[in-house]
Design a protein around this ligand. Structure first.
Ligand code: NAP
Length: 476
C-alpha cells in the first residue's frame, strides 16, 4: 500500500519500501514506503495549505465530511478488522470490536467539532471598567497537528487523534507505528473518500526515529499529539519547543481487592483486564494488590480462569489470546517473568513462549518494589502482591512512576470513596479494572503516564486555541 501525502497515494522519495508482516506466522501482509525526512517536510508544506482550508470551512461542512467518513468506516469495518489482526496478531474478535468503534468515534468527533462554544466575560466586574466593553472568547483550530501513534490499537488510537483534529478544523500529519501502518492508511482512505480537502491529511509511513524529530520540532506545527512509551514521549517533550503537547504514555496499572469484594467478579475482571490484547494495553492490569485475608480465595478463582484462555491463531473466532507484536517483545516479557521467578515470585500458570506467542501468566508473592511490578510489562501476565489493609494498598498503588488507570473491588462505599480520592491515576474504576474505556470520557494519565487528556470532547478542546476578544465601545 502506498502512503498518503496530501491526497496523493505515493511512494517514498527514496524509493525504499519495507514489508509489514504478521507477528503470529510471519506472512507478508503488505509492503509500505519508508518515508524520508524530505517526505515528512513535504507533508508539512501541504499541511500549511490544508490548515488554511480547514480553518475557513464552517463547522457544519466539516461535520458533513466526517459523517461520510464514519459511514465508510462502518462499511469497511470487516476489512479494517482483518488488517488489524494481520498486522498485530490480535484475535479477530478483539479486532472486530476495535474496528466496530471506528464509525462511532468519527461521529462523536463530528458532533464535538460543532460545539466550539466560548464564554462571555463580565469585564465590568474589573474595577474601573464600565459597561462600554464587551469581552468574549473564541475557539479556533490550532493549525497543523502532528499525530504519532503506537502499535497496540492501530485503529482506535489513530482515530482518537485524527477525528477530533479534523473535526476541530486542523490539518494533520500522522506517523503511525512502523509495525502497523496499514490500518492507519485504510482509515485515512475513509476521510479522503469522504471529500476531505486533500491537503488536510497526510500519513507518512516509516521509522519514528528518523521522521520523529523532523515532524515534532518543526515550528509550523502547533500541536503534537503522541501516544506511546514514556521514553519516546520524554524525547518528544525535550525537542518539541513551544507547542501544545498531549502525551499519552506508559503505565503499570494497579487493582486493589478488599476483603468485602465480590471475589468472583474481581477474578473475572482481572482475567480479562490482564490479558486482552496479550496485555499490550496501557490500561492493562499489571499489579494486583489483594488483601491478605482474601488472597487465597482470589488466586483460587483467578488461576483456572487464566488457564482457560484459549491461545493461538488470531484469525480463529474462538482465540482469546493471539501473539504479541513481535518475537523480540515476547522474549522480553518471558525474561521479565523469569527474573521475577528468580527473585522469589511463584509462577502459578503460564509464561511459556513459542515465537511471538506467550501463555498467559499469573505470578504470586511478587515484591511490589521489583521491576516486575514497577516497570511497564506490556505482556500477558499479572503480578499479585499482598496488602495488609486499604491504606497499605493505596500506598502500594501510588508507589509507581506512572499514574494512568487503577481499579478497586469493594462493596464498601467508604473504601471506594477513599480510593477514588487518594489513588493518583487519571482514571479510577470502582468494581472493575482500569481496562475499560468509553470513547467520550476524558482519558489520560498523571505522573510519568503523560500530560493532557484524550476522549473526543477533551481532544477537541486540546486541539483548539482559545482567543479572548474585547470590544471597546465608548462610555455613554
Ligand atoms: P513507542 O516505541 O514509543 O512508539 C510509539 C510511536 O512513536 C511509534 O509510531 C514510533 O515509531 C514513534 N517513535 C519512535 N521513536 C520516535 C521519536 N524519536 N520521535 C517521535 N516518534 C517516535 O511505543 P510502542 O511500543 O509503539 O507502544 C507501546 C507504548 O505505548 C507503551 O508504553 C504503552 O503504555 C503506550 N501507550 C499508551 C497509551 C495511553 O493512552 N497512555 C495508549 C496506548 C499505548 P516506530 O514504530 O517507527 O518506532
Amino acid at each position: 500500500m502506498q502512503m498518503l501525502v496530501s491526497g496523493t497515494w505515493q511512494e517514498s522519495t527514496s524509493g525504499r519500501t519495507e514489508e509489514v508482516t504478521s507477528p503470529f506466522d510471519g506472512h507478508v501482509v503488505d509492503v509500505v514506503p519508508v518515508a524520508t525526512a524530505k517526505d515528512a517536510l513535504a507533508a508539512l508544506d501541504r499541511a500549511e495549505v490544508g490548515a488554511r482550508i480547514q480553518r475557513t470551512l464552517p463547522a457544519h461542512a466539516r461535520a458533513d465530511i466526517l459523517l461520510r467518513a464514519a459511514a465508510l468506516a462502518d462499511e469497511r469495518a470487516e476489512d479494517i478488522a482483518q488488517t488489524i489482526t494481520a498486522e498485530t496478531g490480535k484475535p479477530i474478535t478483539e479486532a472486530r470490536g476495535e474496528a466496530g468503534r471506528a464509525g462511532a468515534i468519527i461521529r462523536l468527533a463530528a458532533y464535538e467539532g460543532t460545539q466550539l462554544y466560548g464564554d462571555t466575560l463580565p469585564l465590568d466586574a474589573n474595577p474601573g471598567t464600565g459597561q462600554d466593553k464587551i469581552g468574549f472568547t473564541l475557539r479556533q483550530p490550532c493549525g497543523i497537528i502532528v499525530a504519532i501513534t503506537p502499535f497496540n490499537y492501530p485503529s482506535l488510537l489513530v482515530l482518537h487523534k485524527i477525528a477530533p483534529a479534523l473535526a476541530a478544523g486542523n490539518a494533520v500529519v500522522l506517523k503511525p507505528a512502523r509495525t502497523t501502518p496499514l490500518t492507519a492508511l485504510k482509515l485515512a482512505a475513509c476521510f479522503v473518500d469522504a471529500g476531505l480537502a486533500p491537503e488536510a491529511l497526510s500519513v507518512v509511513t516509516g521509522s519514528g526515529g528518523e521522521l520523529g524529530d523532523v515532524l515534532v520540532s518543526d515550528p509550523r506545527v502547533r500541536k503534537v499529539s503522541f501516544t506511546g512509551s514514556t521514553a519516546t514521549g520524554t524525547r518528544i517533550a525535550s525537542i518539541a519547543g513551544v507547542k501544545k503537547l498531549s502525551l499519552e504514555l506508559g503505565a503499570s496499572c494497579p487493582v486493589i481487592i478488599l476483603p468485602d469484594a465480590d471475589i468472583e467478579l474481581a477474578a473475572t475482571a482481572v482475567a480479562a483486564g490482564g490479558y486482552i490484547n496479550a496485555g499490550q494495553v496501557c490500561i492493562s492490569v499489571q499489579r494486583v494488590l489483594v488483601d491478605r485475608r482474601v488472597e487465597a480465595d482470589f488466586l483460587d478463582a483467578l488461576v483456572p480462569m487464566v488457564k482457560a484462555i484459549e491461545v493461538g491463531d488470531p484469525t480463529s473466532a474462538s482465540t482469546r489470546l493471539g501473539s504479541l507484536i513481535s518475537t523480540t517483545e515476547a522474549e522480553r516479557v518471558e525474561r521479565s517473568i523469569a527474573a521475577a521467578r528468580d527473585s522469589g515470585a511463584r509462577v502459578l500458570t503460564g509464561g511459556e513462549r513459542s515465537g511471538a506467542v506467550l501463555q498467559p501468566a499469573v505470578l504470586a508473592d511478587v515484591d511490589p518494589a521489583s521491576p516486575f511490578s514497577q516497570d511497564e510489562l506490556f505482556g500477558p501476565a499479572v503480578a499479585v502482591s499482598r496488602a495488609d489493609d486499604l491504606g497499605a494498598a493505596i500506598a502500594l498503588a501510588n508507589d509507581s512512576a506512572y499514574g494512568l488507570g487503577a481499579g478497586i473491588f469493594t462493596s464498601d462505599v467508604a473504601g471506594a470513596v477513599r480510593a477514588m480520592r487518594q489513588i493518583d491515576a487519571g482514571n479510577v474504576h470502582i468494581n472493575w479494572t482500569p481496562l475499560w474505556r468509553a470513547d467520550l470520557m476524558p482519558y489520560g494519565g498523571l505522573k510519568g503516564s503523560g500530560i493532557g487528556k484524550e476522549g473526543i470532547r477533551s481532544a477537541v478542546q486540546e486541539m483548539t486555541e482559545e482567543k479572548t476578544v474585547v470590544l471597546h465601545g465608548r462610555p455613554w
